[in-house]
Design a protein around this ligand. Structure first.
Ligand SMILES: [Zn+2]
Length: 320
């Protein structure tokens, strides 16, 4: 598995990698060895290609780790219930050892595209990744009674999402084309993957005022790296939201659902921006005649769902 010419170390050795891949001696040992390799390989003498290889190797191993499998289920349930929940919230009340386990799981969950993490202060906000590879995102609670749409797919909205975001960016057509070609196959995957792939093609002349504002507000570096990651996150998110709008339209092609799930609820989470009403409620009929566009404020966790009477009552809301 180790290619010729690769730099070997104390831990980055064929033997050690094979023992990790086979979880020799049990998972506790495999995890410990993996961490040792991970620390070693971040040293600057290791070429980026080798580091990249190890990341994907480790991800594929971790996916089989029973600790990962049992923890990620709970984490995904917690995120589905509270999109944007802080990673520190998940750690609350856990022992140091459990926290260590959770850090490991969350790190690889992102690398595997099972969740995505957005840096927020000293912690991360957690989200279910946009469903490019499908199966990652649980249907929102309000929609569990409906069958999934047959026609619209999230992939259908990658282009439209990119076009909308790109409208605020100043760059050359060539630069845009190159970034799009690189980003498109990676949409919905962990933003760190897209970020890494975008670096070599990132244009020198680039300005994105809204992105710059969002990055500085989040105390993140205003750099090519920061922009690339942000572009990837925002494109995935917007594509998913455009898909959700379309899915809701298709849902209401069924007159029975117009009757029973008559309320559309739109929620924003754009801090620092004024949304006059939150959530916004509209009837199914209003929604069908309105041209609903997902919020494009960077960082907004915008969500559209449909509610029946019980769902409204449960949230203490009154039908519009
Ligand atoms: Zn918003």
């Amino acid at each position: 598995m180790v290619e010729q010419g690769w730099q070997l170390g104390d831990w980055f050795t064929p033997d050690c990698l094979v023992s990790i891949a086979n979880a020799e001696g049990g998972w506790d040992i495999a995890r410990e060895r993996m961490q040792k390799v991970a620390y070693e390989i971040t040293r600057p003498e290791y070429p980026a290609s080798q580091q990249e290889w190890f990341r994907s190797f480790a991800s594929s191993v971790v996916a089989n780790d029973p600790l990962y499998q049992s923890t990620i289920r709970k984490v995904k349930a917690a995120i589905a219930a509270h999109p944007g929940v802080m990673q520190s919230e998940i750690y609350k009340g856990r022992s140091e050892q459990e926290k260590e386990g959770a850090r490991y799981v969350l790190y690889f969950a992102e690398a595997l595209g099972a969740i995505y993490r957005e840096k927020s202060g000293r912690s991360y906000r957690l989200y279910l990744s946009a469903p490019a590879n499908s199966g990652h995102v649980a249907p929102s609670k309000a929609d569990t009674s409906t069958t999934a749409s047959e026609s619209a797919k999230p992939e259908d909205f990658y282009g439209p999402a990119f076009d909308r975001i790109e409208a605020d960016i100043n760059w050359s057509d060539a630069a845009r084309g190159q970034v799009w070609a690189t980003l498109q196959p990676l949409i919905g995957q962990a933003p760190s993957i897209a970020q890494k792939s975008l670096m070599p093609v990132w244009p020198e002349h680039f300005s994105w005022p809204a992105g710059e504002e969002a990055l500085s507000k989040a105390s993140q570096p205003v750099s090519a790296k920061g922009f690339a990651k942000l572009l990837s996150i925002e494109t995935s998110k917007l594509a998913y939201n455009l898909y959700r709008v379309q899915q809701t339209r298709e849902l209401y092609e069924d007159p029975a659902l117009v009757k029973t799930r008559n309320t559309v609820m739109i929620e924003h989470q754009c801090a620092g921006h004024d949304v006059p009403e939150n959530p916004v409620l509209m009837s199914a009929e209003e929604f069908q005649s309105a041209n609903v566009e997902p919020c494009r404020v960077i960082g907004c966790q915008w969500n559209i769902s449909t509610l029946n009477q019980r769902g409204l009552a449960k949230r203490g809301l009154i039908a519009p």
